[in-house]
Ligand binder design. Structure first.
Ligand SMILES: NC(=O)c1ccc[n+]([C@@H]2O[C@H](COP(=O)([O-])OP(=O)(O)OC[C@H]3O[C@@H](n4cnc5c(N)ncnc54)[C@H](OP(=O)(O)O)[C@@H]3O)[C@@H](O)[C@H]2O)c1
Length: 219
């Protein structure tokens, strides 16, 4: 059994991945900016007889990432990092606010890089360490009104594929691609009109957790 750190684990896909991995008997370290949703997932995992812990961590804040990784690794032996936290940025480029653009790049790209860089030295000490990066089909092809989000996910794809080579034989690095899911991700935008056509994050999570021996997962 492994100890798995998941970012953005209080809602959507991160929450479903946490519940699915906990069901398999793994210990979960749940992180996100808001503690309340994380605590509620911890409670659900405990009620089902599993083991989970919640830590507040804004991955876009380097000092906070460094401090929290120090605290988490002093208390737990993390073998598996799931970089799931992410944020959208949708609309024509000319209409996007700079603040929105910076938040998307800081969270999706820098946040993923900061946390991975801080945790890799710890993962390298483990027997069968893993990193999974939740990308998206937005990391595979350009899309209208998604230029900045797509740019952020192409960056995460490039980061992932490069680490697969750099850490080959040392850390198993997985790139995961999926299409639209019905999660709070879409709450602040009308980019997707009909959410009922989207897949459930639970269904996607259940497929992912059974395929994580692969290098690339396409759901
Ligand atoms: N929904 C889709 O259609 C879809 C499709 C393909 C890929 N994805 C990807 O799937 C991943 C999960 O998204 P989701 O659909 O499950 O949406 P979600 O429910 O909005 O989950 C995103 C999570 O990221 C956390 N988060 C956001 N900014 C953060 C930050 N700076 N630091 C730490 N945590 C942060 C949020 O929690 P806090 O606000 O508490 O921090 C939230 O729990 C994302 O990477 C997304 O790009 C989504």
């Amino acid at each position: 059994m492994q100890t798995i750190l998941i970012t953005g684990a209080g809602t959507g896909l991160g929450m479903e991945l946490a519940l699915a991995y906990a069901k398999q008997g793994h210990t979960l370290i749940l992180t996100g900016r808001r503690l309340d949703p994380l605590k509620s997932v911890v409670k659900d995992i405990h009620s089902a007889g599993g083991k989970a812990f919640a830590y507040q961590m804004d991955i876009s804040n380097l000092e906070e990432v460094k401090q929290r990784v120090g605290q988490i690794t002093a208390q737990h032996s993390v073998d598996y990092l799931v970089n799931n936290a992410g944020t959208g940025c949708f609309g024509p480029l000319t209409e996007l606010g700079y603040e929105q653009i910076v938040t998307a790049i800081q969270t999706n790209v820098l946040g993923t890089i900061f946390l991975t860089k801080e945790l890799v030295p710890h993962l390298l000490e483990k027997k069968k360490p893993k990193i999974m990066n939740i990308i998206s089909t937005a990391g595979q092809k350009g899309k209208v009104n998604e230029s900045v989000y797509v740019a952020s996910k192409y960056a995460v794809r490039g980061f992932t594929e490069s680490l697969q080579k750099e850490l080959d034989g040392k850390i198993h690095v997985i790139a995961t691609y999926m299409g639209g899911m019905d999660t709070p991700f879409w709450d602040e935008t009308d980019h997707i009109k009909d959410k009922s056509r989207l897949r459930s994050p639970r269904e996607v999570a259940e497929i992912i957790v059974n395929k994580d021996e692969e290098l690339e997962i396409q759901v």
